[in-house]
Write a new protein. Structure first.
Length: 133
């Protein structure tokens, strides 16, 4: 896919990739989710950076409830898609409730053998504020 897509085509594709990956987490379809992640994929969140295997361990421990998305922004660089968006969900990490408010996310997807694979993901969610308990 060396040709540049139209902006609306990019937006539709990127949103579909993000929604599908979240659906796989909600469904606990780990095999399908792993097929969307490049082996060298790196994740970063409030606890720092981790590799694909460590991120999968964290996602498997997460009990992800309903999710809302908004404000997708997509750019294309060659076969790479850079996707930023806001996501709101009720999530728990290490038994602690994370903020259910919208938080920014960033992912980078690379075309590999005719399929987009996530090569980087930033989750900028924070712990729930004590005053919102």
């Amino acid at each position: 896919m060396n040709q540049l897509m139209s902006q609306s085509g990019l937006e539709n594709l990127a949103e579909k990739l993000e929604r599908l990956s979240v659906q796989y987490i909600q469904d606990k379809n780990w095999t399908a989710l792993e097929r969307m992640l490049d082996p060298a994929c790196q994740f970063v969140g409030m606890d720092g950076a981790c590799d694909r295997e460590s991120a999968m361990t964290l996602m498997k421990a997460m009990n992800l409830g309903p999710v809302k998305f908004k404000d997708f922004k997509i750019t294309q660089s060659g076969d790479n898609l850079v996707v930023s968006f806001w996501l709101a969900a009720l999530e728990y990490q290490d038994g602690k409730e994370l903020s259910p408010d919208y938080s920014p996310r960033l992912s980078i997807w690379k075309m590999v053998d005719g399929q987009y694979l996530c090569i980087a993901y930033a989750d900028l969610i924070t712990q729930k504020s004590p005053d919102k308990a």
